[in-house]
Write a protein that binds this ligand. Structure first.
Ligand SMILES: Cc1cc2nc3c(=O)[nH]c(=O)nc-3n(C[C@H](O)[C@H](O)[C@H](O)COP(=O)(O)OP(=O)(O)OC[C@H]3O[C@@H](n4cnc5c(N)ncnc54)[C@H](O)[C@@H]3O)c2cc1C
Length: 443
């Protein structure tokens, strides 16, 4: 048995906001801004030194679909982010998604937080949760100032991985049935290419036949060490830069610091292999350079906290509608295969295509998936909300996180103003406030 020590410390309670949001990713920021706009006193604490989580620090390249082809699905907070990106000409559009410039996105997030009155503090890592019988009493943070505690009426877990909720005793599921994980990616920033020449070369960066033939050649020559056919590729984000979602790290255990650290070390080496690959084989990339990579590993799969309801594949297939719906979403089930082979890639493509929704289609997102079943003053948002694995692979993306974050924030504000638990709030009031923001709901 590992040795243990007994640790005791008097920790100052430094803040007592009505709503504490932990984690400033897309979910946490949407929650903090939305709660503050409803008049709640909001504190947002983030372990890193920038807002945006995977959408900035993780350098993920694209806003996944934010519309069903007929209407915006992440109305309210999400629509505002999109409008502000467009006003800065920083959303390179597809029909219903777009490539992101992370630097501008950081500014937009900070503007939205500042305008809302929510206070954000960086460099504050949640390191313990004081709780009793499903009630969180305080959250403890480590910072450059030492340890401090925060007591709040309502806690929102925006850590992406359900850290606060699980430490407070919430049950969760994670990974696949056979213990497998989706692979991780260290996303990157590229420059120095000739985009026009690249498109003429027809080797678009995804897993089309041209790219597969080039990959085969590079595998045979030993230029790429891992025979990974699932090549998500590069997306142009400006006239001079592209964002890379390139290469996978397999068998990364997100709950092992050793596993994550080793994956980062491997991923940084692998990126330089891909830089050589692009320079040698892809027209237009002869002089391309990687000029940056994420400050956090892109871990695709983490905890799915078990809530009052588990949104599941049947709801997806039925395009379900719920009486407590807080929004609707439509992205395919994007389950990156846990192994790098060609067969796995074909299965991924098949599932992705089979689950593609048609124009105007979407599934409902019920409020109950934001309520950890075992806890009474905690809401969850972002990718850790209560779903099965199929739904996780759809809702975990940035627009999905805006939808759940916004609803969690408004619900927390209602709970604080009505002095009740989030589970007991008036759902009608939540839905009418969401509706006033332009959120598309049925039910
Ligand atoms: C490789 C990869 C590529 C992706 N590509 C896309 C894409 O192209 N488009 C898309 O829409 N989605 C994409 N996604 C998904 C998407 O980016 C995330 O799922 C989304 O960012 C989830 O938002 P979140 O707020 O739940 O969590 P996160 O973005 O993970 O944010 C969580 C925040 O909490 C903070 N935090 C964590 N622990 C603590 C703690 N103990 N104390 C304080 N703060 C803490 C983190 O630092 C972080 O800022 C991708 C994901 C990965 C991994």
């Amino acid at each position: 048995m590992a040795a243990t020590i007994s640790f005791h410390s008097e920790i100052p309670v430094k803040y007592r906001p009505q709503v504490l949001v932990v984690g400033a990713g897309p979910g946490g920021i949407a929650a903090a801004v939305s709660a503050a706009r409803q008049g709640a006193e909001v504190l947002l604490l983030e372990s890193s030194f920038l807002p945006g989580g995977l959408s900035t620090a993780g350098r993920v390249p694209i806003l996944m679909p934010f519309s069903d082809g007929e209407r915006i699905l992440c109305g309210g907070f999400g629509a505002e982010v999109i409008k502000r990106l467009q006003a800065r000409a920083q959303l390179y559009g597809f029909e219903s998604g777009g490539a992101l410039n992370a630097e501008h996105l950081k500014l937009i997030y900070e503007d939205l937080l500042g305008e809302s009155g929510a206070v954000v503090l960086y460099g504050c890592r949640l390191c313990a949760v004081e709780h009793e019988a499903g009630h969180v009493k305080a959250a403890v943070f480590a910072s450059v100032e030492g340890l401090f505690a925060v007591e709040a009426a309502v806690y929102i877990d925006g850590t992406g991985d359900g850290i606060l909720a699980s430490w407070a005793g919430a049950e969760y599921a994670a990974g696949g049935e056979n213990g497998e994980w989706m692979p991780s990616t260290l996303c990157s920033l590229w420059a120095g290419f000739d985009w026009k020449k690249y498109l003429e070369g027809k080797a678009f960066g995804h897993d089309d036949d041209n790219m597969l033939a080039l990959l085969d050649k590079a595998f045979a020559a030993g230029e790429l060490q891992q025979t990974d056919y699932h090549h998500t590729g590069l997306t142009r984000i400006s006239t001079v830069a592209a964002a890379g979602n390139v290469s996978h790290e397999f068998d990364v255990n997100p709950y092992s610091v050793e596993s994550v650290s080793q994956a980062l070390i491997r991923a940084r080496k692998r990126l330089v292999e891909y830089e050589r690959f692009y320079r040698k084989h892809i027209k237009g990339f002869e002089h391309a350079e990687i000029i940056g990579s994420g400050s956090m590993l892109g871990i695709r799969e983490g905890r799915r906290i078990i809530g009052d309801y588990v949104l599941n594949v049947k709801d997806f297939e039925a395009r379900a509608t719920f009486p407590d719906e807080i929004g609707r979403y439509n992205f395919s089930a994007d389950i990156h295969p846990p192994r790098p082979g060609r067969k796995e890639l074909e299965e991924h493509k098949r599932l992705f295509q089979a689950t593609k929704m048609k124009r105007g289609e979407s599934y409902g997102v019920p409020y109950r998936i934001l309520l950890p079943a075992a806890l009474n003053n905690v809401l969850i948002c972002g990718r850790c909300v209560s779903t099965d694995r199929h739904l996780y692979a759809s809702l975990r993306v940035i627009p999905g996180s805006y939808i759940t974050g916004q609803a969690a924030g408004i619900a927390a504000a209602i709970a604080a103003e009505s002095r009740c638990e989030p589970r007991r709030i008036d759902i009608g009031s939540l839905r009418s406030r969401l509706s006033a923001l332009g959120v598309y709901m049925r039910g």
